[in-house]
Design a protein. Structure first.
Length: 287
C-alpha cells in the first residue's frame, strides 16, 4: 500500500476539532510508532506492506482519538528529555514545562572520592520521568522517587528498569508521613495543584483520562502539597539543601509565601518558556 493513501485515510477518520496541522502531527506520530515510518518516508510516499490486523489497529486508534483519549495513553509512551517513557492512565503525561524543572536542578561537578554523592528525592514521581532524567544527567547522584499510588509506582518501576536501574522507588504519602530519606541535597516535585473548581475549564481529554489523584487539590486548601513538602522537607534537607517545585501559574506568590513561612531563604519565583509563573526554588538554611 502507498503510505500517502494510508496517511490520508487515517487523517480522514479523525473527527476532532483540532487544526489540520495538529491532526497531521497525530497521524505522523501514529505511523511512526506503529509502522516505524519517519516523516520523510511518509512524505516520499514509500510503499509499505500493511496487514489487515494493522489496518484494524489503526482504525481502533482513530476511534479512540475521536473519543478524546490522549494519544500518549493509546500508544503507551511519551518523550521527555529526549527519552521515551512508558505511560498509562495511572500517571500524568510528561509535559514540556516539567523538562524546564529538571533543567533548574544545579548539576554539581563530579564527586571527589572523599565526598558523599549528592542525594535527590522526587516527590510524586508518577512515570518517574523527573527522577530518571536527573539520574541520567548526574550518574553519580543518589536518586530516590516516591509516590502514593501503587499503579504509578508500577509504571515508574518499568521505566526505571528500562532506563536507569539505580533510581530507588519508595511508596510514600507526603501528606501523612515523614519523608523516609535523610540528608537530602535536593527535593524536586511536580505535585497536584489544580483546584476542584477548575475542572469546568479543563480540556476534556485531560479531565476524562488523566489521573485525578495526581491533578486535583481541595478548593479550600490548594497549596496543601507545598505546605507538606516545605514542612517535612526541612527535617531531612542538609543545611543549604534546596527545594524545587512546579507550581500553579496563578498561585506563585502564595506558594512562595508557604516556603517563607517555613523559614526557607533565597526563594525564587521562576517563569516558564511561555512567561508564566511555573517554578519555585527555595533553600533551607537553619538558624
Amino acid at each position: 500500500m502507498n503510505v500517502k493513501k494510508l496517511f490520508s485515510n487515517f487523517i480522514h477518520q479523525i473527527t476532532l476539532e483540532e487544526s489540520a496541522e495538529e491532526i497531521q502531527h497525530l497521524a505522523f506520530r501514529v505511523l511512526e510508532h506503529e509502522l516505524g515510518l519517519s516523516t520523510t518516508e511518509i512524505l516520499m510516499e514509500k510503499d509499505v506492506d500493511v496487514s489487515d490486523d494493522m489496518l484494524t489497529k489503526l482504525n481502533s486508534i482513530a476511534s479512540r482519538l475521536n473519543n478524546h483519549e490522549p494519544l500518549q495513553y493509546i500508544l503507551g509512551d511519551e518523550e521527555f528529555m529526549g527519552r521515551r517513557f512508558l505511560v498509562s492512565p495511572a500517571v500524568l503525561i510528561p509535559r514540556p514545562e516539567t523538562e524546564e524543572l529538571v533543567r533548574l536542578v544545579p548539576f554539581p561537578p563530579p564527586v571527589l572520592t572523599d565526598e558523599p554523592p549528592i542525594k535527590i528525592l522526587d516527590i510524586g514521581t508518577g512515570s518517574g520521568c523527573i527522577a530518571i532524567s536527573l539520574k541520567s544527567l548526574m550518574p553519580q547522584a543518589e536518586v530516590y522517587a516516591s509516590d502514593i499510588s501503587d499503579d504509578a509506582l508500577a509504571i515508574a518501576k518499568r521505566n526505571v528498569e528500562r532506563l536507569e536501574p539505580e533510581v530507588t522507588l519508595l511508596k510514600h504519602d507526603i501528606l501523612k508521613d515523614d519523608i523516609p530519606v535523610s540528608e537530602l541535597d535536593i527535593i524536586v516535585s511536580n505535585p497536584p495543584y489544580v483546584a476542584q473548581h477548575e475542572k469546568k475549564s479543563m480540556q476534556q481529554h485531560v479531565l476524562d483520562h488523566e489521573p485525578h489523584l495526581a491533578l486535583f487539590v481541595p478548593d479550600n486548601d490548594p497549596l496543601i502539597f507545598y505546605k507538606a513538602i516545605a514542612t517535612r522537607g526541612k527535617r531531612v534537607l542538609k543545611p543549604g539543601g534546596k527545594v524545587m517545585v512546579e507550581i500553579h501559574a496563578q498561585l506563585g506568590e502564595g506558594t512562595a509565601a508557604v516556603f517563607e513561612t517555613e523559614g526557607y531563604s533565597d526563594i525564587s519565583l521562576i517563569s516558564d518558556i511561555n512567561g508564566k509563573d511555573r517554578f519555585i526554588t527555595a533553600t533551607w538554611k537553619p538558624a
